[in-house]
Design a protein around this ligand. Sequence first.
Ligand code: FES
Ligand code: FES
Length: 171
Amino acid sequence: MPSYTLTVNGKSHTVNAAADTPLIYVLRNDLNLMGTRLGCGMSQCGACAVLADGKEIRSCTTTVSRLAGKKIHTIEGLPGLWAAKKGKAETPDTLHPVQQAWIDEQVPQCGYCQSGMMIAAVDLLEHNPKPSVEQIRSAFTNTPPSAHLCRCGTYTGIVAAVQRASKAIAG
Ligand code: FES
Ligand code: FES
């Protein structure tokens, strides 16, 4: 079986996997990173979203062989990503402002979709630090390959949390 070296949450990992293995299986089964969730498995819900070089990708349909050389961040890696951006050391208490905003706005209900939602928020705020409500709604609904879906209907809380995180990041 071929081996691939992946950079995940700032650490290099070499994994043995078939070339067409979806990234999510490597994250969860090989690297024990359980924050990334499998929903539809068809790029249609967003639950499995992670960042590759800062852009959201769907880990259920992105194969491991396509990710060599890319910097992957999962929900577990958001504190480290934020600490690096601020030039500070990560501590056990470090949270990305998006994560803190999700807590402050009490967004999650069952929580299943929420790591993908936070990944989408980090991608949005990295490229548009002060999005309007319309831009937030659009980012979560009109960005290919699909809308981010929440069976629990937490959409209002997500908009509020992205606005809160935007303010926090702006300082
Ligand atoms: S599980 Fe990947 S988009 Fe639904
Ligand atoms: S919080 Fe339950 S699916 Fe989104």
